[in-house]
Design a protein around this ligand. Sequence first.
Ligand SMILES: [Zn+2]
Ligand SMILES: [Zn+2]
Length: 151
Amino acid sequence: MELPGGCLCGGTRYVLKSRPFALIDCHCIDCRRSAGAPYVQWGSVPRQDLVVTKGEPRKIAYADRIRSFAACCGTHLFFEDTKDSEVIDVTIASLDDPAPFAPGKVGWLEVKLQWVVIDEPLPYLPKSRTLRNQHYLDVRRYAESLSYKAS
Ligand SMILES: [Zn+2]
Ligand SMILES: [Zn+2]
């Protein structure tokens, strides 16, 4: 399987070799600001299932996580907890066809902008005690709750 995606201008392209899981709308302030958007939808893939086929994403370390942006035009593409983490998160909206990947959960409702209307029945991941690595922990917890196996 190959799910292609890329940046706004086409200078950075990637393919996913498996379907993204742990689909979550993240309303956290870091995601918001990084994308210049009210929230960001993420999906996770095993690291080896993400292949950059064109361009060189620019990695930005911030708040102990690594966010990758297309060096050509700035599109936010990936999120890693560490450079060795087992999974990488991908911005679902950067896929050529995001339509099949509706969010399954929402995170960080505590800081959601009031005018963002969410689908209330979506399960909500409660905020953990540590702010650090929150996004990653949420995604991992969700993946574990699905008993996801990378194989
Ligand atoms: Zn986030
Ligand atoms: Zn670009």
